[in-house]
Ligand binder design. Structure first.
Ligand code: ADP
Length: 501
């Protein structure tokens, strides 16, 4: 089948799997990063706190020592004061600069012996008079005396400064600055950063991968669906719709349901197509006979018949008969096709079943005086059923016409009209040839006739019951039949009553 619909241009294709995987991976990365930052900062604050503590403890110990002095700090005084208890340790550190002679052996300073802590003492003019190791941060006495964290050559340094006042006179003697080079802190934090980065990326990648695998598995039915559609689309032999179906996965989720629905839709479509083909075949078959008959007569006339008034007369009348058959066939086919659309076009129609039943019954009594018609009407006037008047009439005519057509010696037709709380039932009974059990279902099929030749003789096309059934079903009713061969048949129509407002 060639579709003349233009293909809708699609935006650049991006697989759902990829979207979900990238989306979820990025999501995990973002969440992980936020947590990592929070964790990193709390950890940094905690570590820094500890390092600051060392520096503060060093500075306060030094200041307490120097407070004992009464005049401005000088190298000699400071050294003397700070190194009061040094003995053997001094000798061991002789080769160090004079200014930075060790004082670590002092009991108070032992805990300051950490290699990262540097203590510098300055006089009132801000010149260095003592340094435990080379000062890492420049001292400026005009700066506010404060504690600060400095980044220098990729290292973090904590520096804290304090004034030294004589304990006795409260006179300013100089300044002490303690620096703590946070090497451990830097290494730990760098390591932590690295670990976070590796873990974050690994988590994002793994989530993405897991998501891809999961969606790949979950979306398998969609792939199957696509493959099936593609197969039907590119099908050249025209039998893919009948053969190809979506494989049903064992997942049993919404997508499985979708596949099942899709398959049942394909079945339905295939059914429609087959019905359509069958219909075209049936119609051509039905039309072939009258056309052949007319052609035969015309041939006859064209050769020699036109000069023979008898042949002419007979041929014309036979052809006219066939033409009228064709006309009725076409009319019935139209009726059948319209009967399919009843639900859409006539859903709000209503008819008085009592009145219409009576009317059709009387008409038949008039047309077929040789028949006995019996009416058993349990309905009251104004028993409204949900159906378009002409359609109910058509249904009754089809059934009563058949009852007359297929009656034999006993020319009797019983019509009964009854109701319950929801439905009205119209039954048409005859005492004719009846229908065998195997034919009972088939009589509702289009063009089906139990005895084709006999039915044709009686002007039947095999469409009457098909039309009646479609009409009744279009109004949400039912058409059923009970029949015993050689005894007769009873056709029952059930139609919904109009809701009383
Ligand atoms: P037709 O135009 O041939 O009557 P229908 O669709 O009305 O077509 O009926 C289909 C076939 O069902 C008929 O050909 C006939 O064989 C059978 N049939 C219908 N009504 C009756 C009946 N009342 N008694 C026996 N056979 C019937």
């Amino acid at each position: 089948m060639q579709s003349n619909q233009e293909e809708v241009p699609l935006k650049k294709f991006m697989s759902l799997k990829l979207k979900w995987s990238v989306g979820l991976g990025t999501g995990v990365l973002v969440i992980f990063t936020i947590f990592a930052i929070l964790l990193y900062q709390s950890f940094a604050t905690l570590l820094l706190q500890q390092e600051k503590q060392y520096a503060r403890s060093a500075i306060s110990t030094t200041v307490v020592r120097l407070e004992a002095l009464n005049s401005e700090l000088t190298t000699t005084k400071v050294k003397k004061e700070l190194m009061a208890n040094i003995q053997a340790f001094t000798n061991a550190r002789e080769n160090e600069s004079t200014k930075s002679l060790p004082f670590y052996s002092d009991s108070v300073f032992v805990n300051l012996s950490r290699k990262n802590i540097g203590i510098s003492v300055y006089n009132l003019s801000g010149d260095e008079v003592f340094a435990s190791r080379k000062a890492q941060v420049k001292f400026n006495k005009n700066n506010d005396i404060q504690s600060r964290v400095i980044k220098k050559n990729g290292h973090t340094i904590y520096a804290t400064t304090e004034k030294v006042r004589s304990k006795q006179t409260n006179q300013l003697l100089g300044y002490v600055q303690v620096t703590n080079k946070l090497t451990d802190y830097d290494t730990t934090m760098n390591k932590l950063m690295l670990v976070f980065m590796i873990f974050g990326l690994a988590a994002a990648l793994m989530t993405g991968l897991a998501c891809y695998m999961l969606t790949n598995w979950l979306l398998r039915p969609v792939d199957h669906l696509n493959e099936t559609i593609e197969e039907i689309k590119v099908d050249k032999e025209g039998d893919a719709l009948a053969k190809v179906r979506v494989p049903i996965s064992s997942q049993n989720d919404e997508l499985t349901q979708l596949s099942l629905m899709f398959n049942s839709m394909l079945d339905q479509m295939q059914g429609y197509i087959e019905q359509q083909q069958q219909f075209v075949e049936d119609v051509s078959h039905e039309l072939r006979t009258p056309v052949a008959i007319i052609q035969g007569h015309l041939d006859l006339l064209s050769r020699w018949g036109k000069d023979d008034p008898e042949v002419l007369e007979e041929s014309i009348s036979a052809s006219l008969q066939e033409i009228s058959r064709m006309k009725s066939l076409i009319q019935e086919m139209l009726d059948l096709s319209r009967a399919e659309q009843v639900e859409i076009n006539f859903k709000n129609e209503e008819t008085d079943a009592w009145e219409l039943g009576l009317q059709v019954f009387n008409n038949f009594r008039m047309i077929h005086p040789d028949f006995t018609f019996v009416l058993d009407n349990d309905l009251k006037k104004d028993t409204m059923v949900q159906i378009y008047r002409n359609h109910l009439e058509q249904i009754m005519i089809i059934l009563m016409d058949n009852a007359v057509k297929y009656s034999r010696e006993r020319k009797e037709v019983h019509v009964s009209l009854s109701r319950d709380s929801k439905y009205v039932q119209i039954a048409v009974q005859d005492f004719g040839e009846g229908i065998s059990e195997e034919n009972l279902k088939k009589v509702f099929s289009r063009f089906y006739r139990v005895d084709k030749a006999r039915s044709r003789d009686k002007g039947g096309n095999g469409l009457g019951l098909a039309i009646a059934q479609r009409l009744v079903e279009g109004y949400h009713g039912k058409l059923t039949v009970d029949s015993v061969l050689e005894q007769g048949s009873i056709f029952r129509v059930t139609l919904p009553l109009m809701n009383k407002k």
